[in-house]
Design a binder for this molecule. Structure first.
Ligand code: GDP
Length: 497
């Protein structure tokens, strides 16, 4: 098979500088230790503090995760407290475990970002993260990230998990944080419910009580609630940086705050063997031969930001040629006809739509009648793995392909992404690259500046809390601390820089 990177990274770095645990069986998850052979090595150092926090989390998960007696006890206590239970719960003890249960909503990019946000919250609050794979949403998609034989998937066979119908919980539920605060109760007070629902979907930003999740005193009170269930469609990591009691811990874990998703994403998300097989097959087909430079272009169209195909194609060309990501055909053609081109450029387009890669392929092929075209001293080949037409996030194979393409995007040397797309955020973050962002259309037209080189590789938190906990009134989350600013691609949002 065609080799991955020409220069094989230091074999000691299969653990990504200590980010990954060595305690896994390699064959159960080929991607875990092999992705490093395909992706450019991360130039971004990991703090030893983060490494030890991860190892500590792993031992917590080993002790408290599904299959352990601590887990069985915790579920039993939850059941005993439900309104129609006949038994009464035993009193809590010091080695009890607490949990954070994630639920799937929206597309895969959103899901990856909310799992990451939940994981960071779990790290900070000593909870065990469990994913509710509702309707098989996560089947054969990711490998287990934590060693030790437990799982991060909430057991499905546990049909009688005491918290029912988690997908239809909403902020108004009796056991939601919002309702508890509205009733003037203290979360986790003696005799209170052992579980609470935290509503962090984007519409939470209209409700102060939901947003108090990001306040110091609420955060402290929630420590006493053994089970938290949440739904979110947002990368709420920057919100955790707004909570003063986590400040010191976060700055030790992340001396560089713009690397949170880069590190946690590469720690958590290892494609399953099925998805890894898709990745390596595409890779060998597209990248293995033309390996001088790989350019990833992610093209996403949103209903709320309409633009015609031609207009968007023009924007992509404008951006990539202006920033010299792609060559301008004809201009330098004179020097390139003798012998081999000096540079092979492989362009990977990922999109639900096929038109953009077709046009790019035409552009570079028309020049030269070949499968790749020589423009000056560059040979450009254009590839697109799939063009599925529409989003179908309930379909397993659809999500597997989406993940394979995010991972391929992360093998690029330069990435061009679409503003506001969480799919793009995942690709750039795993790659560890600041992307060139195709800015959103204005009145159906490409903006004057077709793209911007982002200031950070961090995803944008599109719906940050408006509530300012200290002032107890609405404020501006982009002006509270120095390292959290309004997003370039979506000014209402905030991001870590
Ligand atoms: P966002 O909507 O751009 O923020 O990204 P999400 O990933 O949350 O949702 C979009 C979903 O549409 C993806 O998860 C995929 O299911 C699908 N999709 C969008 N773009 C692509 C693409 O380039 N390739 C594939 N395979 N699927 C895509």
């Amino acid at each position: 098979t065609a080799g991955p990177l020409a220069t094989v990274p230091d074999p000691r770095d299969r653990l990504l500088g200590g980010l990954l645990s060595p305690d896994f069986d390699e064959s159960s998850c080929l991607s875990r230790y092999r992705a490093a052979l395909y992706r450019r090595p991360s130039p971004h150092a990991i703090s030893t503090y983060l490494i030890s926090a991860l190892r500590r989390y792993e031992s917590l998960h080993r002790r408290c995760g599904p299959g352990t007696s601590a887990y069985a006890r915790a579920v039993e206590r939850l059941r005993a407290s439900s309104p129609n239970a006949s038994t009464s719960s035993s009193s809590p003890s010091a080695d009890d475990c607490s949990y954070l249960v994630w639920n799937p909503i929206e597309g895969l990019g959103n899901r990856i970002l909310t799992i990451t946000s939940g994981f960071l919250y779990a790290l900070l609050t000593d909870r065990v993260l469990l994913l509710h794979s509702s309707g098989g949403a996560l089947d054969d998609l990711f490998c287990e990230p934590f060693p030790g034989g437990s799982t991060w998937i909430l057991p499905e066979d546990d049909n009688d998990f005491p918290i029912r119908d988690m997908g239809s919980l909403n902020g108004g539920h009796h056991e939601s944080l919002r309702s508890v605060l509205r009733r003037g109760e203290e979360p986790g007070a003696a005799g209170a419910s052992p579980w609470l629902y935290v509503h962090l979907r984007h519409d939470y930003s209209k409700i102060h009580h939901d947003q108090q999740f990001f306040c110091d005193d609420t955060d402290a009170a929630l420590r006493r609630v053994p089970w938290l269930v949440f739904q979110s469609d947002n990368y709420f990591v920057p919100g955790l940086f707004l909570i003063p009691r986590h400040e010191a811990e976060l700055s030790r874990m992340f001396p560089r705050r713009d690397l949170v998703f880069h590190h946690l994403g590469r720690y958590l998300f290892h494609p399953s063997n099925t998805v890894w097989d898709m990745v390596t097959r595409y890779h060998d087909e597209y990248f293995a031969k033309a390996d001088d430079e790989r350019v990833g272009i992610q093209v996403r169209r949103f209903r709320w930001a309409p633009i015609s195909t031609d207009e968007l194609y023009g924007q992509i060309l404008n951006c990539t040629q202006r920033e010299t990501i792609l060559p301008v055909p004809n201009v330098a053609a004179t020097g390139g006809s003798d012998g081999e081109p000096a540079k092979q450029k492989a362009v990977l387009v990922v999109s639900l739509h096929g038109e953009y890669s077709e046009k790019l392929r035409d552009l570079y092929n028309n020049n030269n009648n070949g499968s790749t075209s020589t423009t000056g001293r560059e040979a450009v080949s254009v590839h697109q793995p799939t063009h599925l037409g529409a989003q179908r996030s309930g379909v397993q194979e659809h999500n597997q392909k989406a993940l394979a393409e995010m991972v391929l995007l992360s093998f690029s040397d330069a990435v061009v992404t679409t503003a506001v797309s969480t799919f793009g955020y995942v690709g750039q973050g795993l790659a560890g690259l600041r992307p060139w962002v195709l800015m959103s259309p204005v009145d159906g037209k490409a903006p004057d500046t077709p793209c911007r080189h982002a200031a950070t590789m961090e995803p944008c938190f599109h719906a940050p809390p408006k509530y300012d906990c200290r002032a107890k009134t609405n404020g501006d989350a982009g002006r509270i601390v120095r390292h959290i600013r309004h997003c370039e691609d979506f000014p209402q949002g905030v991001q870590l820089v």
